[in-house]
Design a protein around this ligand. Structure first.
Ligand code: SAM
Length: 287
């Protein structure tokens, strides 16, 4: 496969590189902003699970360049992984499910709560669906927990959820939101996920109290944008020739670095058991 094939298959991956975003996810936040003016008047924001940092990039560009001259912009980005620095963004490297990380984030906002908390968290998948969903749900709950301590009343919380989480944990999820929403009064809760509305077997009209605040759940983006599921030709514009653009920012110290090193140096193969046991079936070569 050529290095341009992913540019063909994933238009947002390609655009992100061409427009200088660290990840394609930048467009999700930009589209949410187009729909809901998320950043209007926002000076203090937290980006949970931020690496490699495209949402923090969006926050940095949007909050620090608003039309009205806004001072005192504070952006805090948190992730398990280290992240290359960004202008105006304070980084915390830590696990958002740990109390110590939550406390560190809260310390940054003491006395001046955040206007916006965003969380695009996703754990490394194990391939065991139930485990993966459970961890994803725990991440979302940890994000909500932190949010209740730092978000101002009327502030906005944006989080990624999957329809599986909603389907399988619906009752807990609504209960949890109800509890939190009563703390946060007019929280604007934006959730985005594919087929989200369809997956909910809920009669919205029956919901009462704080649950009504979260209805309707909304998806956004419209048909005028590129379709992320479509394959586009490399030459998008007839006047401009396609040129391969490398990723904007390579991850620093990614967890797979060690595995890459082993593979490059041919150290991934298990011991050659052919010599040891004289049986060819025992030989495993992961290369
Ligand atoms: N929004 C990011 C961007 O635009 O660049 C992409 C986020 S990526 C999809 C998910 C991130 O969640 C990963 O960087 C991962 O390290 C982080 N993550 C997963 N579990 C976490 C945890 N318990 N605490 C902090 N970060 C976590």
């Amino acid at each position: 496969m050529g290095r341009s094939s992913k540019d063909k298959r994933d238009i947002y991956y390609r655009l992100a590189k061409e427009e200088g975003w660290r990840a394609r996810s930048a467009y999700k936040l930009l589209q949410l902003d187009q729909e809901y003016s998320l950043f209007k008047g926002v000076t203090k924001a937290v980006d949970l699970c931020a690496a490699p940092g495209s949402w923090s990039q969006v926050l940095s560009r949007k909050l620090r360049c608003q039309e009205e001259k806004i001072t005192g912009v504070k952006i805090v980005a948190v992730d398990l992984q280290a992240m290359a620095p960004l202008p105006g963004v304070t980084q915390i490297q830590g696990d958002i499910t740990k109390v110590s990380t939550a406390q560190e984030i809260i310390r940054h906002f003491e006395g001046e709560p955040a206007d916006l908390v965003v969380c695009d968290g996703a754990p490394d998948v194990t391939g065991l669906h139930d485990v993966d969903e459970y961890i994803q749900a725990q991440l979302l709950l940890a994000a909500l927990n932190i949010t209740t301590h730092i978000l101002k009343p009327g502030g906005t919380f944006v989080a990624k959820v999957t329809d599986q989480i909603i389907k399988k944990q619906k009752s807990n999820f609504f209960f949890y939101l109800e509890t939190f929403l009563s703390h946060l009064y007019h929280l604007s809760f934006c959730l985005f996920c594919l087929d989200f509305l369809l997956s909910l077997d809920v009669d919205f009209n029956q919901l009462e109290g704080p649950n009504r605040v979260i209805v309707p759940f909304l998806t956004c983006g419209d048909l005028s944008s590129f379709d992320s599921d479509r394959t586009y030709p490399l030459q998008l514009d007839s006047c401009k020739e396609y040129q391969y653009v490398p990723p904007t920012q390579s991850p620093i110290h990614p967890p797979y670095q060690h595995a890459c090193h082993l593979r490059k140096n041919n150290l991934l193969s298990k011991e050659d058991t052919v010599h040891k046991f004289g049986h060819p079936c025992c030989f495993i070569d992961l290369n």
